[in-house]
Design a protein around this ligand. Structure first.
Ligand SMILES: Nc1ncnc2c1ncn2[C@@H]1O[C@H](COP(=O)(O)OP(=O)(O)OP(=O)(O)O)[C@@H](O)[C@H]1O
Ligand SMILES: Cc1cn([C@H]2C[C@H](O)[C@@H](COP(=O)(O)O)O2)c(=O)[nH]c1=O
Length: 205
């Protein structure tokens, strides 16, 4: 099973992943992330810290994803492991849909074509949802110009995420990311166990 955790910057993905490592230890999952799980991902993480052309940036994320699928996800799934990824393809469709606007006529179609034929679809996706100003308070809490620009972008990104979730309700589970950390972790761990049990996979505590 491939499970992905998605949400805007500051939604609490890394915090949740850290808790799931303890809550799901008996399932022995493989925890991974995009970008950054492979050496290409490390290069991409460094590259996106610089000012990058949006089309080049999108291609870097796709290169990271290709290597991630080939070197981490596919081998783990073939070995019957539970895989949990901090960000995955939905990050691309949510963020690049916004960053590529004005650069390409139809970013969604372009992205879909780039993933066609090799990308691995997640079985289940948890989308952490919270008001953008709350996420930004968690990250910087400052009223700078960058803060307001980022707020605008992340508002659009979250809208893209929600549209994707609406289009694929059987894959997405929406999580109220304003809840307390422990409540979120217990809810997500329990949902993962429930779905794994339904599919006859991995132990139940
Ligand atoms: N449920 C929560 N309630 C309050 N604060 C939280 C909660 N979850 C995470 N935080 C805090 O919010 C900040 C951002 O959390 P975290 O790094 O987990 O988010 P993220 O989604 O991984 O962000 P990014 O995508 O930017 O890496 C951290 O300071 C974290 O302690
Ligand atoms: C995979 C992926 C990521 N991004 C963006 C989203 C974030 O702003 C950064 C990654 O940093 P984080 O610490 O992991 O949150 O990159 C993106 O725009 N497109 C993608 O496909």
């Amino acid at each position: 099973m491939l499970i992905t955790i998605e949400g805007i910057d500051g939604a609490g993905k890394s915090t949740l992943l850290a808790s799931l490592k303890k809550e799901l230890a008996d399932c022995d999952p493989i925890f991974t992330r995009e970008p950054g799980a492979t050496w290409i991902g490390q290069v991409v993480r460094q590259a996106i810290a610089e000012e990058v052309d949006p089309v080049a940036e999108a291609l870097l994320f796709v290169a990271d994803h290709a290597m991630h699928c080939a070197a981490v996800i596919r081998p783990a799934l073939d070995a019957g492991r539970l895989v949990i990824s901090d960000r995955y393809t939905d990050s691309r469709f949510a963020y690049q849909q916004v960053t590529l606007r004005g650069h390409l006529q139809d970013p969604r179609r372009w992205l879909a074509a780039l993933h066609e034929g090799w990308s691995i679809r997640p079985d289940l996706t948890f989308l952490l949802v919270l008001p953008v100003h709350r996420a930004l308070e968690r990250l910087d809490g400052e009223n700078t110009r960058e803060h307001f620009e980022r707020e605008e972008v992340l508002t659009e990104v979250q809208a893209e995420y929600l549209a994707r979730a609406g289009a694929e309700p059987s894959r997405f589970i929406l999580v109220d990311a304003e809840e307390e950390r422990g409540v979120i972790a217990s809810f997500v761990a329990e949902e993962i166990r429930r779905v794994c049990e339904l599919r006859g996979r991995y132990p139940r505590s």
